[in-house]
Design a protein around this ligand. Structure first.
Ligand code: ARG
Ligand code: ZN
Length: 875
């Protein structure tokens, strides 16, 4: 049941027009579909018609208006086959489906009383029989009929062309989408929703109606999404020259949703947690996340919808490019350095882990069993880095020319990542043939850097070796084309001119160069140096690679305070802290933390000249996940313990500095979402967390006061988190109870409340997490609740999840087994904390492996979980 890229064939039939009529009822829905189809001239002649289905009940089939009888076709819940059809015909099919019972949340389903859809990747086949593949693009007309009082709002893609009343208190609406699209971009919503209206005037002067539809209780949580949407629309015009193309753009929020959001043409559907916000209920991080997701889905209108994917192996064509576009947007809206740090740390911990594990796959995978399992960090985030590298290699102007050419050349088509790269090549004249390996080879390249300083010559040589590790199915690798940005820092902390030859004028030489690595090893010689410089390597994280260079702790401290590249300042802080933590790992209790780390952090806390958002980031010690990723074979408990020791020592020694930092950054007036305010809150709340970590009495007083008096959720949730992570058990429970009492009607806040507990090494003991699953607000049918308890425990509470007795693993396996019956997509996602069992010391890996075996042995395992479990256990 594995599908291969090499087996791709053009679709035997095309659909010119798709006419749908939905009759929505309380016990099910009847779907009438009429497809105007014809044979694809590019395909082999005489093939039978075969349509995809999933759990469908067929009521009738007609060909060119003639009802077919049983012998004329072959129908199962998963396919409809008609052996002989003319070259051009109209096919009418009626199916009966049960959205009420749809717990998989794929296709048409119900979420808190409303009907909604999720069709990417293969959900449309749960609605009706269809050639459910992205290279079949049709114009859709959709008529929705439903009870008027329960479902006053009826939405689908495109323009609202007709509405009216029917008998029995029912009504209907007809929507027409003028743009041909694949079935995965189809959407339907029916519910009792309030409408928030706004407007946008495009660059060419067209007036666009913006509408947001939410449940009445969420009416006050729409402003931020609408503001973000308008910013994104303007930005896409200015930066990419992309204008919106329909007269109306709609956003709907639904509570039960497998992923973050979906870019359906003209009708984006969002997970409530990724779109609804108010200062009282959402943290700064949530506000920023919403801004970027709203932008992401909007940007898909061009990178995804106008130009779509030929097949699902090309998923990164739309996702990698669109993530790149949304990161550029966020970077323009806030602190670029901090945005880069956030993206790079996600990549370096989670994506590198994926790339080094049994599910490793290229940005353009070449096979899969279940496509839902390939909505991964590799396809999205590494895919984004690949596009970013093209941007770096070409420069902004040529990149923009390449993007323009891509949209112009492929508008209305379903294409491949190769077509994207070709447009970049054609517009810039650059040869990216070796660069294409980034799409084809899995695994994280490793760069090993050596240097040599020649005092007599005044030259400095950097030698860089590249290797790409073997990954499942790809034992041998070729060297990749890597843009490697470097700088050299001189004695006075000055960025030195980089002269690649002796006669280059030092005034012309830049202080940053992007070296292009294409072979196994390269040597670069820099001229005119007075002393040995400190290298600043991979500035701005210019490529998704690992870099090994033997920096000393003194050099790292030097970079922390002098590197002109903000990203590398942060990187130096992480390398220094990691090194200190790792060296303490198997040391007796009385071995103290290197004083230099303390000094570095004391300087940081006092540094008011540096971007305070960057300071807040640099103060964060590397996470346990990052430390696991950096180790050869991980001993989670030892890592956790060493990290805790360092944190304790720092917090004790820096206590007064932390209090001062807290007071200096305390709330002053109204809540504003400006970068300086966000930075101030981040810094203050980091200081608070550290103080509570060492049970500081003044810290406790400040936390309680902040918790009670907070005017926004960032401060309230941070105080709650600090208390929950502390040993002040009385305050912890009191704060948790008060918080829940105050916000129990708000699902998004309750989800935060769950996650704060489940991810806490203190509060989140297994017993407590089990108790949360019995809580009145917990709901196994709601993916957000599952993520905020089970996901947060297994993904963020690593010292508890990796209990040496294996209890955390058994807990997870048990939940996955149950979820496999109701929502296989979510079940499969939860397997991922177990997949990298080989990375861990025996005491852990044995338990992880046996949890995977428990899953493997379940009869009727879903395809989703089957794929992940079997690949993880392979040899
Ligand atoms: N295309 C959506 C986005 O990235 C994600 C939808 C994924 N859905 C899924 N069932 N895997 O914006
Ligand atoms: Zn996307």
């Amino acid at each position: 049941q594995t599908i291969y890229l090499k087996d791709y064939e053009v679709p035997p039939f095309l659909v010119d027009h798709t006419d749908l009529r939905f009759e929505l009822f309380e016990d099910g829905a009847r779907v009438h579909s009429t497809l105007s189809m014809r044979r694809n001239p590019e395909s082999a002649a005489g093939q039978p018609l075969e349509l995809d289905g999933d759990s469908l009940e067929l009521e009738s089939v007609a060909l060119d208006g003639q009802a077919l009888s049983d012998g004329d076709y072959e129908a199962t819940p998963a396919s409809l086959r008609i052996d002989s059809v003319p070259d051009q015909f109209s096919l009418s099919v009626v199916t009966w489906i049960r959205p009420q019972d749809n717990t998989r949340l794929e296709g048409l389903y119900k979420s808190s009383g409303m009907f909604c859809t999720q069709c990417e990747a293969e959900g449309f086949r749960c609605i009706t029989y269809y050639p459910d593949r992205p290279d079949v693009m049709a114009r859709f007309r959709t008529r929705i009929e439903a009870d008027q009082s329960r479902y006053p709002v009826l939405l689908s893609n495109g323009n609202d062309v007709e509405r009216g009343e029917l008998d029995d208190g029912r009504h209907y609406a007809v929507w027409e989408d003028p743009f041909p699209k694949p079935s995965y971009l189809f959407a339907l919503v029916a519910g009792d929703l309030v409408e928030k209206k706004d407007q946008f005037t495009t660059v060419s002067g067209r007036e666009i109606d913006l509408r947001m539809y939410v449940e009445p209780r969420n009416a006050e949580k729409c402003d931020h999404a609408l503001v973000s949407l308008k910013k994104a629309m303007r930005w896409d015009e200015e930066v990419y020259g992309r204008e919106y193309d329909l007269d109306i753009f709609m956003i709907v929020a639904v509570d039960d949703f497998n992923m973050g959001a979906m870019e359906n043409k003209g009708l984006n559907i969002f997970n409530s947690s990724c779109v609804l916000a108010s200062p009282d209920t959402a943290t700064d991080m949530a506000f920023q996340r919403i801004e970027s997701i709203v932008a992401h889905e909007y940007f898909h209108n061009w990178s995804g919808n106008r130009v779509t994917c030929r097949d699902w192996f090309q998923l990164s064509l739309k996702e990698g490019f669109t993530v790149f576009r949304d990161t550029q947007f966020s970077s323009d809206m806030g602190s670029p350095t901090v945005k880069r740090i956030e993206d790079a740390s996600l990549l370096r911990t989670a994506q590198f882990a994926e790339d080094g594990g049994p599910m490793a796959h290229p940005v353009r995978p070449d096979s899969y069993m279940e496509i839902s399992n390939f909505y991964t960090l590799t396809v999205y985030e590494k895919g984004c880095e690949v596009v970013r590298m093209i941007h770096t290699l070409l420069g902004p102007e040529q990149f923009r020319a390449g993007s323009d050419l891509y949209f112009e050349r492929h508008d209305g088509q379903a294409v491949t990542t190769d077509d994207f790269v070709r447009a970049m090549e054609d517009a810039s004249g650059r040869d990216l043939s070796q660069f294409r390996l980034w799409y084809e080879q899995a695994g994280t390249p490793r760069l090993t850097v050596e240097d040599e300083y020649d005092d007599a010559q005044g030259t400095y040589r950097l030698t860089i070796h590249q290797s790409v590790p073997a990954t499942p199915g790809q034992p041998e690798k070729q060297p990749q084309h890597i843009p490697f940005a470097v700088g050299l820092i001189g004695e006075q902390g000055k960025a030195l001119p980089l002269r690649l030859s002796a006669d280059e004028d030092e005034n012309d030489a830049p202080t940053q160069r992007v070296l292009e690595l294409t072979g196994d090893s390269h040597t670069f010689t820099f001229h005119g140096l007075q002393a040995r410089p400190v290298p600043s390597l991979l500035q701005g994280f210019s490529a998704p690679v690992r870099v090994d260079y033997p920096w000393t702790r003194d050099q790292l401290m030097f970079l922390m305070s002098h590197d002109p590249d903000g990203f590398n300042r942060w990187d130096a802080s992480q390398r220094l802290a990691s090194d200190v933590i790792e060296s303490l790992m198997h040391q007796p209790k009385d071995v103290r933390t290197d004083r230099r780390l303390l000094t570095a952090y004391r300087h940081l806390l006092a540094d008011r000249s540096l971007d305070q958002a960057l300071v807040a980031r640099m103060l964060q010690l590397p996470t346990v996940a990052a430390l696991i990723e950096q180790s050869e074979t991980a001993d989670v408990q030892a890592i956790h313990e060493a990290r805790r020791r360092v944190l304790t020592e720092l917090a004790v020694e820096l206590r007064d500095d932390l209090v001062a930092c807290y007071r200096r950054n305390q709330e002053s007036g109204e809540y504003r979402l400006e970068p300086e305010d966000i930075a101030r809150r981040a810094l203050k709340n980091t200081a608070l967390a550290w103080l509570l970590h060492v049970k500081d009495e003044e810290g406790r007083m400040l936390a309680v006061k902040q918790f009670e008096g907070a005017t926004n959720m960032t401060d309230r949730a941070s105080a709650l988190r600090a208390l929950v992570n502390s040993d002040f058990e009385g305050d912890r429970q009191q704060a948790l109870d008060r918080f829940y009492g105050q916000f129990k009607e708000d699902p998004q806040v309750v989800e935060q409340w769950f996650a704060i507990q489940a991810s806490s090494p203190n509060a989140g003991s297994l017993a407590h997490v089990e108790a949360l699953l019995e809580h009145e607000a917990f709901d196994w049918k709601n993916p957000n609740k599952i993520r905020s308890v089970v996901g947060a425990f297994a993904g963020q509470n690593l010292s508890r999840f990796h209990a040496k007795d294996g209890s955390g693993y058994r807990f997870l396996a048990k939940r996955i087994l149950a979820l496999d019956e109701t929502n296989p997509q979510i079940a499969a996602r939860l397997v991922s904390p177990l997949t990298r069992w080989r990375k861990f010391k025996n005491v852990y890996s044995e338990g992880m492996k046996s949890a995977l075996e428990t899953l493997r042995d379940k009869p009727d395992l879903s395809k989703d979980v089957y794929e992940v479990v079997h690949k993880s256990l392979k040899d």
